[in-house]
Design a protein around this ligand. Structure first.
Ligand code: AMP
Ligand code: GLY
Length: 767
């Protein structure tokens, strides 16, 4: 595309990240004019700084018109969360950065956690609260050391790692009672504290395709040795050997692509840079957070290694044709050392004159908190002042080069870390092994499976893996009034066949567990433990570990122990390559909370629908027939993702969003839309004298269903008999309480129908 039209570009932001973006953009053969708003003295060497206000969308749009801007690149998260991309696209300008709705992945940690749960993206187990009493009660119950996070944007200060229960309680009070974190802290996430090295993996996304950049590592604490308070980031290097090529592929498959698919399927396609903050825990990789933009200072290091023209990539993203791009990286490594002001991160001192000698070759000094004062001197004007960024063939040399360059720069009170990348340089292979990413694949499979299973253990597990029978301490039930145990066994049907065909195993683990969770949730129960059965023609440790790891992830997300299971090798019974999974769940509830509340159900009760993540686990025999001749890699334009991604999206668990809702007095019943679709599942919870009316058109039916119907030439009614049509769970609610119940479910719900007098069936209205 070298001969493509030249583009006038506007970059929004004023930090080190934006200087790196401007620096890289200035190298583009496609660049016309470059403007940075508001920019800093560093960006002024790459293009023209313009004093626009980032909240003033009208002003930005006027500027874009005046200068015929072809592309806007957005640096920071705040304008994205405020909808700058929506304003720009609404006015006909192309914006590389997500819509307000897609930016929720960063702007609301509550949204992000529920989103990850919905799409089976591995993350720490958690709960969310906006009521102090409930949060405090939860802190009493949990068996793990918590991390407390303000849900909203809090400029990197909203995450707190308490050392004691008392400290945790105090923080929750600060957020929910005293509003010390403002609106950002009006909702909190309490999640399990994980351990392991952290890696930042950024990726380009056009809403469908997602291409990872090189993995980088940030250094968040202010002092050497990861001591002292958290900062915006004191230095970074790339590529990080902590995430091998195999690790990047795993993150792409289990985190980035499911996130981009999920956002798209939920009607908020993500265009821009998706940043995954990953922790490499002993049980595998976990997402700590998503950001909706380039990281700072990771971008300074990563863009220094980007060979492909950044503008061509950004243009491909906004035009939805990223899959056509090949993204190339320079061999070698880059290191960014942040020079911070005295008093950072609490109260940075500003106005100090900066002196800078000649920098060595292959070093760029990116400006962040600098300005030109009234005397024309370069002075400090923020916490992170400069990012000294080097490039060399080897990480070791890049580190030395960066620190050589640091010696050329002085300002009063300058502080920086002297150990950027030091840990990985020192680490031998055993340290990598400890991070669980690059040890021998075979052993890892077994180890991974064991540690994945163990990572689900609650204190109630007395004996688990390796014993003849699992032992689960039931004394916690003594605290209940009238405990009732609920058990259910299920399989995932012929979805396993598609998974085997696509070589995807982990999501099948999520499928079986989440399916079982939903089956007992509709009876009002919360899960205690799970037992699995995995049978295959030929035992392949990697594949087994994947399935079991998937089950363990889903169990952990539900706070349920994977107490035991059985792996069976049965050549001759299963065809080569074929496998099957089944599982049994045991849960508990108070007798008074049993669902459905049959005697309370009456005509006029309203049916609320919650989204499904795909076909879940039913209708796959028909689906396989419809797509028998279609390769799984096929990307249908209406789906915007491969058939494999659309069909193998993991089954949702509704536990996190409905656990507290099912105890509300006006919630009368739940129906899990599984085999039998609307027609058969809803009557299962109704008394003989009531029917359910489902109003078609009352929720957006995702495009997958239209595709199946059309390709398979299936009657509309049949679709609703077999499939969930985009609704995975139905909640039956007293009419007057609909608003209250909707407000207590932390995602969009749809009023899809109501109960009417009649003979115990589902009536589809609007066929
Ligand atoms: P975040 O803004 O979510 O990335 O959190 C900031 C930092 O807090 C992370 O870089 C981690 O060092 C730490 N952190 C966040 N969540 C967890 C967790 N679940 N377990 C351990 N550390 C965490
Ligand atoms: N370096 C962390 C961030 O950009 O959020």
């Amino acid at each position: 595309m070298k001969d493509g039209k030249r583009m006038n570009v506007l970059i929004l932001g004023s930090g080190g990240r934006e200087h790196a973006l401007a620096w890289k953009t200035a190298q583009s053969s496609r660049l016309g004019q470059l403007y940075i708003a508001p920019g800093n003295p560093g960006t002024a060497t790459c293009g023209e700084n313009v004093p626009l206000h980032l909240h003033d969308h009208a002003e930005i749009i006027r500027f874009c018109r005046e200068k015929t801007i072809d592309l806007v690149l957005v640096g920071p998260e705040a304008p994205l969360a405020e909808g700058i991309a929506d304003s720009l696209t609404g006015a006909g300008f192309r914006c590389f950065g997500p819509s307000r709705a897609a930016a929720q992945i960063e702007a609301s940690k509550v949204f992000a956690k529920h989103f990850m749960a919905r799409h089976g993206i591995p993350t720490a187990r958690y709960a969310t609260f906006d009521k102090l009493s409930q949060a405090l009660a939860y802190l009493e119950q949990i068996d793990y050391l918590p991390v407390i996070k303000a849900s909203g944007l809090a400029a990197g200060k909203g995450v707190i790692l308490p050392h004691t229960r008392a400290e945790a309680e105090a923080i929750v009070r600060e957020m929910l009672e005293r509003r010390a974190f403002g609106a950002a802290g009006s909702e909190v996430v309490i999640e399990e504290r994980l351990t392991g090295p952290e890696v930042s993996l950024m990726a380009f996304s056009d809403g469908k395709t997602v291409i990872p950049m090189l993995p980088a590592q940030d250094h968040k604490r202010i002092f050497d040795g990861d001591q002292g308070p958290n900062t915006g980031g004191m230095g970074a290097y790339a590529p990080s050997p902590l995430l091998t090529a195999e690790g990047v592929r795993e993150a792409w498959e289990t985190v980035l692509q499911p996130a981009v698919n999920g956002l798209r399927l939920e009607g908020r396609p993500f265009v821009g840079v998706l940043y995954a903050g990953l922790m490499l825990t002993p049980a595998g990789l976990r997402v700590l957070e998503f950001n909706c933009r380039f990281g700072d200072p990771e971008t300074q290091a990563v863009l220094s290694l980007l060979e492909t023209d950044l503008l061509e990539i950004a243009e491909a993203c906004v035009e939805g044709r990223l899959s056509e791009m090949e993204i190339r990286w320079k061999p070698g490594a880059s290191v960014c050392v942040v020079l911070a002001a005295k008093g950072y991160p609490e109260q940075p001192e500003t106005g100090q004159p900066i002196t800078m000698g000649a920098l060595p070759e292959n070093v760029v000094c990116f400006h962040a908190g600098t300005k030109i004062d009234t005397d024309g001197r370069l002075v400090t004007s923020g916490g992170r002042v400069l990012g000294v960024t080097s490039y060399a063939a080897h990480l070791f040399d890049a580190v030395n080069l960066a620190y050589d360059a640091v010696k050329q720069i002085t300002f009063d009170g300058m502080q920086y870390r002297t150990d950027i990348a030091a840990r990985v340089l020192k680490a031998d292979s055993s340290a990598y092994a400890a991070s669980g990413v690059s040890i021998d694949a075979g052993n890892r499979a077994v180890e991974l499976m064991k540690s994945a299973v163990k990572s689900t253990y609650t204190p109630a597990v007395l004996a688990g893996i390796g014993s003849f029978g699992g032992l689960f301490d039931a004394s916690l039930l003594k605290q209940m009034q009238n405990p009732v145990l609920v058990a259910s066994t299920d399989g995932v049907g012929t979805k396993v066949k598609l998974a085997a065909q696509a070589g995807r195993y982990r999501s099948i683990g999520h499928d079986i567990v989440n399916h079982c969770i939903d089956d007992i949730l509709v009876q009002g129960a919360r899960p205690l433990f799970f037992m699995d059965y995995f049978a295959t023609s030929h035992l392949n440790p990697e594949q087994t570990a994947e399935v079991v790891t998937g089950m363990a992830e889903a169990c952990r997300q539900a706070g349920m122990a994977l107490l035991g299971g059985e792996t069976a090798e049965m050549p001759g019974v299963y065809q080569p390559g074929a496998f099957d999974v089944a599982g049994t769940i045991v849960g508990v509830l108070e007798r008074e909370q049993m669902l459905p509340r049959l005697s309370a159900l009456k005509a006029g009760d309203v049916l609320l629908g919650l989204r499904s993540s795909g076909p879940h686990t039913n209708g796959y025999s028909l689906i396989r027939k419809v797509f028998a001749d279609t390769p799984l890699e096929t990307v249908f334009p209406e789906l915007g993702l491969s058939l494999a991604d659309a069909l193998l999206a993991p089954h949702r668990s509704y536990l996190d969003v409905l656990a507290s809702v099912i105890t509300l007095p006006h919630v009368k019943a739940l129906a899990h839309l599984t085999g039998g679709g609307f027609i058969e599942n809803i009557p299962r919870i109704l008394p003989e004298n009531l029917s359910a009316v489902i109003r078609l058109g009352s929720w957006p039916v995702p495009p997958l269903w239209g595709l199946i119907q059309q390709k398979g030439n299936i009657a509309c009614e049949e679709m609703y008999r077999v499939f969930n049509m985009g609704i995975g769970m139905v909640v039956v609610v007293e009419k007057q309480a609909v608003n209250v119940v909707q407000a207590s479910i932390p995602e969009e719900t749809f009023v899809i129908g109501e109960l009417v007098p009649g003979a115990h069936k589902t009536i589809l209205q609007g066929l």
